[in-house]
Design a protein around this ligand. Structure first.
Ligand code: 0O2
Length: 224
């Protein structure tokens, strides 16, 4: 096997061929990470008899979204800038039932030998001013080609269903008003984000109570 490269080591030039090479690599990276996460979920089911993951979504960032992000940051649209400055070209979103599952999964992902964690942003412990909550990990995964290996970036977002519901709605509103939503809407969204935290805490508590009550019933049964 040839040398190990990072995607940023190449100067690909502009054009359809470069774009196709890049999207092929990011798509391969998405497949690799999605499979890893699914295996972790299956292993969890095997050992603990429950799945921490409700669903997983994988996506390549849309070209118009790449252009907007580069423009927002003052970069011109080019393939090199996209590789170097857009970290979420390949994105995996993992949606869990409970906040505790998020941290369990993040730990399991961080322990995968062939993934390199580049950065972590915990917007659950430190929500954004908008009220956005999610756990983000930027990782690289090696893509083994016939003659070389290329480390490719994937952004993993892990959140609860309630956080995902909030983020989807806020995202729609953000785009509808192009970042200038009326103040009362932004305020209501921040308030809803607080309600999401309360709901997540309550559901976690309830789940723990259900598990405890189930275990107590089992003990009673075996004592009879
Ligand atoms: P879109 O349209 O969803 O693709 P970085 O270069 O990684 O340091 P970046 O990319 O801003 O900086 O990192 P961050 O904060 O991890 O955000 C990446 C993605 O998280 C965003 O991509 C959104 O998908 C999501 N996100 C971050 N903040 C918010 C928020 O306030 N509300 C919602 N709904 N989603 C958010 P994009 O490219 O900004 O947007």
């Amino acid at each position: 096997m040839g040398k190990d490269f990072a995607l940023g080591d190449f100067r690909l030039g502009e054009g359809v061929d470069s774009w196709n090479t890049i999207t092929f690599l990011y798509k391969s990276a998405l497949k690799e990470v999605q499979t890893k996460v699914e295996i972790l979920n299956d292993e969890f089911q095997q050992v603990h008899q429950y799945n921490p993951i409700e669903y997983i979504k994988a996506r390549l960032k849309a070209p118009e979204s790449i252009v907007k992000k580069l423009r927002r940051r003052g970069y011109e649209s080019s393939i090199d800038n996209m590789i170097n400055y857009v970290n979420d070209m390949a994105g995996i979103r993992i949606v869990c039932s409970f906040t505790s599952d998020i941290y369990k999964l993040a730990e399991m992902i961080g322990r995968q030998n062939d993934l390199t964690v580049i950065s972590v942003k915990d917007y659950i412990k430190h929500p954004k001013d908008s009220g956005y909550k999610s756990y983000h990990m930027l990782v690289t995964v090696p893509i083994f080609l016939s003659d070389r290996t290329i480390d490719t970036k994937v952004e993993i977002q892990i959140r609860t269903m309630a956080m995902d519901f909030w983020a989807s709605l806020e995202h729609k509103i953000y785009y509808k008003f192009e970042g200038n939503a009326p103040e009362y809407i932004s305020r209501d969204l921040r308030e809803c984000s607080g309600i999401v935290s309360m709901l997540d805490a309550k559901m976690l508590q309830l789940n723990e109570a259900i598990v405890e009550a189930g275990a107590a019933q089992e003990e009673d049964k075996s004592a009879v």
